[in-house]
Ligand binder design. Structure first.
Ligand SMILES: CC(C)(COP(=O)(O)OP(=O)(O)OC[C@H]1O[C@@H](n2cnc3c(N)ncnc32)[C@H](O)[C@@H]1OP(=O)(O)O)[C@@H](O)C(=O)NCCC(=O)NCCS
Length: 149
């Protein structure tokens, strides 16, 4: 259980533990270098982690360009799911996007990932499109979900 955690910007030194979250959460997990590139080279990228006393328990990322933002990923360690950690992360990343004057937030989610679709819909995201065969591991479609302020 995660009684106490804080949300803060991701640092390079977090990446090892972020990879644990990533491997547990996705069929095509990002590798270390992808996170390094995001933190070091991509000036549009903003990444937050949720961290308790012991470890990183979740993370979320967004690319912000002028008034549009794209959520790249959000994941919580499975033992910590359904306790509000994802909600805290998404709230924090939306607040960050709003600070930059973002008007629209988009993301892609697997057609089969009904938990994440529901999670996003609680925040007001709506399905606004489909990318056919977007996921290369099984040719699954992606739903595009959007939130406009
Ligand atoms: C999606 C994910 C990040 C949600 O994080 P979480 O910490 O479990 O979510 P929270 O506990 O903050 O839940 C927030 C809301 O999401 C919904 N939700 C969360 N888990 C759910 C579940 N198992 N079934 C249905 N709805 C769920 C609920 O509406 C919940 O609100 P409520 O508590 O008022 O009912 C988490 O399930 C996860 O890491 N999944 C694997 C990675 C993934 O699929 N990421 C999305 C990629 S697009």
């Amino acid at each position: 259980m995660s009684e106490q955690y804080n949300i803060r910007p991701m640092m390079i030194s977090d990446i090892e533990q972020v990879l644990d979250v990533e491997k547990e959460s996705f069929r095509m997990p990002w590798i270390r270098q992808a996170f390094i590139n995001e933190l070091v080279k991509n000036s549009f990228a903003h990444y937050l982690v949720a961290s308790d006393q012991q470890r990183i328990i979740g993370y979320c990322g967004v690319w912000i360009a002028v008034d549009e933002a794209h959520i790249t990923n959000i994941a919580v360690l499975s033992a910590y799911r359904n306790q509000g950690v994802g909600r805290s992360l998404l709230k924090a990343i939306i607040a960050q996007a709003l600070n930059f004057g973002v008007k629209t937030l988009t993301l892609e989610v697997r057609e089969s990932n009904s938990i994440a679709q529901h999670f996003y819909s609680v925040f007001g995201f709506q399905k606004t499109g489909v990318k056919k065969g977007y996921y290369t591991d099984n040719s699954e479609d992606a739903w595009i979900m959007s939130l406009t302020f």
